[in-house]
Write a protein that binds this ligand. Structure first.
Ligand code: FAD
Length: 649
């Protein structure tokens, strides 16, 4: 190591949504991390704007609630189609997010705000990780002889700190009248004031345990690894306008999918601050009859195309925040990692059309899947084996995403059927069916991770294996995220969403659905479990560092089915309501599935298909996905499950 070299556990290339999500996780887990970006500032306008339910749940689990507060919540979707005279008419309305999917609904806010919230969160959680800008890597090397050594830093990167001239941030915005700043809020202004890092024009060498390329669709990191993007590139061009519309179109403040008879399709996305995003299909031939050169497309041309589709309604604007034109490419990288040391996430491994509002969401969710795994391995808590699940879990999602996008884009770009005998056109029925089937996928809630070292889906059948019992919670899907229902705090009767008990703090959780513990035989089983958890041979003792709180690695939560008022918290075993002498008793670990005073009954046992007497234990991963379900007395299976990847102290 030369005097200018430095070491870091994780180096992240790219500070878009994926890179910032990863940095947020690693900040939370206090892992030594650096993050670099070639832009001299964050995004200020445009690009992604859709936030799906799962992303909102994830953000909430970090305490980031500003997206939900600032965004426009899209509650309704309307379908407009040509009538027999070719005039567009509203043909159907539906809820934009199917009922009961999540406590959140699809919401819209521009990507720059999301980046702002991540940056603020990094500051609030210790200010240990700051995005270093404008910086690009210029060399990546791996010492293969060291990749199996957990304490080694086998990946070497050269970083170039750019000067102002070298870093020319492209905000993708050519609106000439300065409206580019219109999305700026007070807390963004500081980003435009370029501060010197004192390193401009210099190069440094850095050695890392892990490198993660979150550097977007043209990923430099992916190229260094020699991976290829596989898939299709179509000729269909779409224009995007972020405008404050002046129109007599009645549904401009709800999401609309408009198919005109012959002028193409338009999607209306009502946004925050009176803005509306319009996605407009431009013709495959240019406005003058030749092929479209994307870089020459102007907002006026896009508006003209939109006016034709939306006619006879009028559409104008005075204020345009942002516009772009893009071609649809649906591609997945043929590799997501190398040596379990270098990973790729987000647009670096999948690109597709933006209309279903997936890119930012899936990118955030990739990084969310990876962050805690790298964190646990870097902390020496878990075996590097768990890192392999990143690729197996997320590559499948990327493939599903492309398949979904291909279906969605074809439908959207296709011509509406004239009548039932028109077989090449797309019928309204077909469109609505695909739209609704896609809604659960689009919400990010159909993610179902397959069996692996972290997910046990069925009884492995032999002594000494995990006797997984999906039948004990037969409406709960192992491999999917734990859904939320209201439960009551035993100590103060507060109704709270179950997911609020699962903050993203790197801990596994045993959610003990203890059953009706007012019955002696059921209480006795629960008490026995408490004795085990408190013992020095329990899995809690095995994996929790001495001098750390007993819930710092695996947290035990109870949700019983007795009447809340029939149970006294103080009479329950201490393992379920631990005492920390400096903080007192923990009153936030035992809950009842019971009627609340003001917010009804969450019926979590019923919703999860858990018998109110038999109960079960649900093992929940640090990212909120269900890892296994075992019976309340099966501590052996719990030991086997954790023993496969956790490192004993
Ligand atoms: P990016 O956001 O591309 O971030 C990559 C970062 O890496 C950038 O900051 C870049 O400066 C940096 N970088 C790149 N190369 C280097 C390098 N060599 N060295 C250092 N830094 C580097 N998604 C949705 O979910 N919903 C939507 O509604 C939506 N709408 C969209 C509309 C449009 C018009 C467009 C263009 C995209 C839209 N997307 C949408 C997609 C979304 O913007 C992306 O999927 C998302 O930003 C991907 O996040 P990422 O972090 O993987 O990559």
């Amino acid at each position: 190591m030369t005097p200018t070299d430095s070491e870091v556990d994780v180096l992240i290339v790219g500070a878009g949504p994926a890179g910032l999500m990863l940095a947020t996780w690693l900040s939370q887990l206090q892992i030594s991390t650096r993050i670099v970006d070639k832009r001299s500032t964050k995004i200020m306008a445009g690009q992604a704007d859709g936030f799906q339910c799962r992303t909102l749940e994830i953000l909430d689990s970090f305490g980031i609630d500003r997206v939900w507060k600032e965004s426009n919540h899209m509650l309704e979707v309307c379908f407009w189609n040509p009538d027999e005279n070719g005039v567009i008419r509203r043909t159907a309305r539906a809820p934009d997010t199917p009922k009961g999917l999540s406590r959140f609904t699809e919401s819209v806010l521009h990507q720059g705000r999301m980046e702002r919230f991540f940056l603020d969160h990094l500051k609030e959680t210790g200010d240990r990780i700051r995005v270093e800008r404008p910086v690009v890597p210029s060399l990546l090397q791996v010492d293969e002889s060291e990749i199996k050594n957990p304490s080694a830093y086998p990946v070497t990167l050269k970083l170039q700190h750019l000067t102002d001239e070298q870093a020319t941030p492209n905000q993708g915005n050519n609106v000439p009248n300065g409206l580019f700043r219109s999305n700026l809020t007070a807390d963004d202004t500081d980003d435009l004031i370029r501060k010197s890092s004192g390193k401009e024009g210099t190069e440094e060498t850095i050695r890392a345990k892990y490198v993660v390329g979150c550097d977007g669709a043209h990923s430099w990191t992916r190229k260094q690894l020699g991976f290829k993007m596989e898939g299709e590139h179509t000729e269909i061009i779409w224009g995007v306008l972020d405008v404050v519309p002046i129109t007599d179109f009645p549904d401009i403040r709800v999401r609309c999918l408009i198919h005109s008879a012959s002028a193409g399709s338009l999607m209306v996305i009502p946004r925050e601050k009176r803005v509306v995003r319009l996605y407009i299909q431009l013709k495959e031939v240019g406005f003058g009859g030749g092929a479209v050169d994307r870089s020459k497309v102007t907002p006026e041309q896009i508006l003209k195309a939109a006016q034709k589709i939306i006619a006879p309604y009028k559409l104008e604007y005075e204020q345009c925040d942002w516009f772009t034109a893009y071609q649809i490419a649906q591609r997945v990288s043929d590799g997501f990692e190398k040596f379990d040391r270098i990973f790729l996430a987000g647009d670096a491994v999948h690109t597709h059309s933006p209309k279903a509002g997936q890119g930012q969401n899936v990118s955030i969710q990739d990084a969310y899947n990876l962050g805690w795994k790298i964190g646990m391995v870097a902390r020496g808590q878990a075996s590097p084996e768990i890192l392999k699940t990143y690729t197996t879990e997320r590559q499948q999602i990327a493939k599903d995403l492309i398949a979904f996008d291909q279906k969605f884009s074809k439908l959207f770009s296709g011509r509406p059927a004239k009548d039932v005998s028109d077989e090449t056109g797309i019928s309204l029925e077909e469109f609505r069916n695909v739209f609704h089937q896609g809604a659960v996928f689009a919400a990010g809630l159909s993610v179902d991770y397959g069996p692996n070292i972290l997910v046990v889906k069925e009884d492995e059948g032999k002594e000494g294996t995990v006797r997984c019992r999906p039948d004990l919670a037969d409406k709960l899907k192992i491999g999917m995220r734990l859904p939320s229902h209201k439960i009551l705090n035993q100590s103060d009767a507060l109704a709270i969403e179950l997911q609020r008990l699962l903050p993203s703090d790197g801990r596994f959780r045993l959610v003990v659905f203890a059953g009706d513990i007012s019955k002696p035989e059921i209480y006795s089983r629960y008490e026995k479990l408490g004795d085990y958890l408190a013992s020095k041979d329990s899995l809690i003792s095995s994996y929790t560092p001495q001098n750390s709180p007993r819930d710092s690695v695996i947290e035990v939560l109870t949700v019983h089915s007795a009447k809340r008022t029939d149970i006294e918290l103080q009479s329950l075993p201490e393992a379920f309501r631990p005492l920390d002498k400096s903080k007192g008793w923990d009153y936030w670990k035992v809950y009842a599935d019971d009627e609340s005073y003001h917010e009804g009954h969450g019926k979590v046992y019923e919703n999860f298909g858990i018998d109110r007497d038999e109960g079960c234990i649900v093992v929940v991963r640090p990212d909120g996905y269900v890892a296994a379900t075992v019976s309340v007395d099966d501590t052996q299976s719990l030991e086997t499950y954790f023993g496969r990847f956790m490192i004993r102290l």
